[in-house]
Every structure is written in structure tokens, then in C-alpha cells.
Design a protein around this ligand. Structure first.
Ligand code: AQP
Length: 334
């Protein structure tokens, strides 16, 4: 009988203030997995260097994000929580996988194309290699499952292709991971453009609710959220803006979309948007209180991250040694 726990890996980049999209699409779903799986949750600081960062802000965002993971319920006695750059094997495996991945497939990645458009003055090699580093993150830990939002499914597919190609060329080495996407919340949209995803690097402040916004800002942003042509409060393809708000409301209040449609039937957008704001505030406020307490306790946070990096490194080293051996590198003499 196979009673070995499966491994889960996921990460978020500290590229700015974490949005409600990152929370509802990813982080929120991590907590329940901790009881069933061996989980590794990482702050992907190396990934964030693919777009221009202010170094002091990046350091601050990295620690704030680690504290946020804890405030959202990641329990260091159950999961390994660490900073990606603290485990140097991520970058080392990425180099080996760079020799497995093809330029053509990296060129076709939607995120690469999007980000190249948005950062036309800085289309660096890291931006193109992003999916290879992501593959290294996942394959290093022999992860079976990777909880992600819909926007990352293409990268997960590439990770699977790279793993299979490597296994085919050098014999079985990597577990081929599967995406774990959650039906609702997998793609929270911008409050200003419901055809685009809510993204922390969006320069329009009104497009996102962040986990660091205060009550007033949350209410203001939701009141300013764009709506659809007619005034009905209903979920449907022809109502992308209201459907997005209904999804947010449902995930934050726990009420189903169907019940919410009934509750707000015949009411104006103003009342509905205030209710959405209330539900979001009720979720975000307790997280903020906990996060502030954790960030103030520097030695606790550093202790968690030190332990997490040590736990992660043990697994990562083992995989990397195996990979080095398989590709024909001479092992280090000890
Ligand atoms: N709008 C979203 N809805 C649902 N899930 C989302 N995720 C991101 N945006 C949404 C999920 O959050 C996780 C971490 O994402 P990331 O920070 O590694 O990179 P990203 O997907 O590129 O997120 P952002 O916010 O758009 O960052 P920037 O602006 O820096 O590029 C992933 O699981 C993602 O699916």
C-alpha cells in the first residue's frame, strides 16, 4: 500500500503588494493542504528579478510576504516556508534544465509575450527563462501537486514537458507534477478591466485590492470598480465585471453565487459594491493584524525562514546530486 505523503510546492513572487487575486487564487488554498501533504511554500525572490526592482523594496516585500504566508495560516510545524534564494539549488538546477528546454517553446509563453510588451525596455534573458526557473522550483522537491491560478497553467505544462524530456533522456529522475487549480477564484480579474487578470504589478492602483490596503481604500476601490452595461446583478459571460465581483463576494463571504444573485436581485450597484467591500474587509483585516504582529517579531520570522530553508535544502541537495550524476558531472570529492 502506498502510504507515502505526496509533496506540494507553490510560490508567489515578492514583486509588490500581494493582491486579492494572489490570495483567492493561490495562498488561501494552501492552508488546507498542509494536513494531507508534505508542503513547501516559497517566496520566489529570484523570479522577481526578471522585472526591475528597487533593492530595498524587494527585501522589504520578501519579508512581508513570508509574514503574510504565516498570517494566512501556513504553519511552520507542518510546512516548510522559505525564501527561494536561500536554497541555491534552485538556480543550479535551472542551469541544467536550460540545456533541456528549447528557445522556441520559451518564446511561445503567453506570460513572456505579455511581460515583454509591458517591459519593452528590459526584455532580459531571465524573463525568457522564467518558466525554466519555475520548473526547477517544482522538480527539485519532486512535487506531485502544484496549486496555481489559471494564469500559471501554461508554465506548469512546460514543467511537465521538461521533466518528461529529462526522464526520457537520462532515465527516471523527476516526478512529473500536476496542477492543482481551484474552480472558483482561479482567475480574479482587474477591477478596472474585467478582461485582464488582477495583477500586483498593475500600475493602476484602482485595478487591484491588495492585502495591505486599509478599509477605506478597499471600499473606495470597490466603489470605483467598473460595471457592465445593464444594471442587473447576475453571473454570466456577458457580465464579466459583475461576475468578477460576485466571485469575490462569494469567496469572501462564503455565500454561493446563486444565493448572492438572489440576495442582490433588484438592488443597485451601490448596495452590492458595499457588500462586496464588507466581505473583503472581513477577510483581509484579521490577516493584516496577524501579519503586523509577525513582522514585528523579527527573530521569530527569521527562525521560521532559517528552518524552512534547511528543510528545503535537504531535499533539494538530494535531487540535484542525482541530476548532476545523471547528466555526467563528476561529483565533488569530499
Ligand atoms: N488574478 C489572479 N487570480 C487568481 N490567481 C492569481 N495568481 C496571480 N494572479 C491571480 C496566482 O498567484 C500565484 C502567484 O503568482 P506570482 O506572483 O508568482 O506571479 P503572477 O502569476 O505573475 O502574479 P501577478 O500578481 O500577476 O504578479 P506580477 O504582476 O508580478 O506578474 C500563482 O499561483 C498565480 O496563478
Amino acid at each position: 500500500m502506498d502510504n507515502v505523503k505526496k509533496t506540494v510546492f507553490s510560490a508567489v513572487q515578492p514583486t509588490g503588494k500581494i493582491t486579492l487575486g494572489n490570495y483567492l487564487g493561490a495562498i488561501r488554498n494552501w492552508t488546507p493542504l498542509q494536513n494531507e501533504y508534505d508542503c513547501l511554500y516559497c517566496v520566489a525572490d529570484l523570479h522577481s528579478l526578471t522585472v526591475t526592482q528597487v533593492p530595498a523594496e524587494l527585501r522589504k516585500n520578501t519579508l512581508e510576504l513570508a509574514a503574510l504566508y504565516l498570517a494566512c495560516g501556513i504553519d511552520p510545524s507542518k510546512s516548510s516556508l522559505f525564501i527561494q534564494s536561500h536554497v541555491h539549488e534552485h538556480a543550479e538546477l535551472a542551469w541544467i534544465l536550460d540545456t533541456i528546454a528549447y528557445v522556441g517553446e520559451m518564446n511561445r509563453m503567453t506570460q513572456f509575450k505579455d511581460k515583454s510588451r509591458k517591459h519593452a525596455d528590459n526584455i532580459n534573458m531571465g524573463l525568457m527563462n522564467y518558466p525554466v526557473l519555475m520548473a526547477s522550483d517544482i522538480l527539485l522537491y519532486q512535487a506531485h501537486l502544484v496549486p496555481i491560478g489559471k494564469d500559471q497553467t501554461q508554465h506548469l505544462e512546460i514543467t511537465r514537458d521538461i521533466a518528461e524530456r529529462f526522464n526520457g533522456r537520462y532515465s527516471d529522475t523527476f516526478v512529473v507534477p500536476e496542477a492543482l487549480t481551484f474552480r472558483t477564484g482561479a482567475s480574479i480579474k482587474s477591477l478596472q478591466d474585467p478582461t485582464a487578470k488582477m495583477s500586483k504589478s498593475d500600475p493602476n492602483e484602482n485595478a487591484t485590492v491588495t492585502l495591505f490596503d486599509d478599509k477605506d481604500a478597499i471600499r473606495r476601490k470597490l466603489r470605483r470598480a467598473v460595471t457592465d452595461c445593464d444594471t442587473s446583478i447576475r453571473y454570466g459571460e456577458d457580465k464579466p465585471a459583475i461576475s468578477n465581483l460576485l466571485t469575490i463576494y462569494s469567496l469572501c463571504s462564503g455565500e454561493s453565487v446563486k444565493d448572492a444573485e438572489k440576495r442582490f436581485d433588484g438592488q443597485g450597484y451601490g448596495t452590492f459594491k458595499d457588500a462586496v467591500a464588507d466581505s473583503v474587509i472581513s477577510v483581509i483585516e484579521p490577516i493584516q493584524t496577524k501579519q503586523r504582529r509577525i513582522i514585528a517579531d523579527k527573530s521569530y520570522l527569521e527562525g521560521v525562514l532559517k528552518q524552512g530553508a534547511e528543510q528545503a535544502e535537504r531535499i533539494a541537495r538530494k535531487t540535484l546530486d542525482k541530476v548532476y550524476r545523471k547528466v555526467g558531472l563528476v561529483g565533488r570529492f569530499r
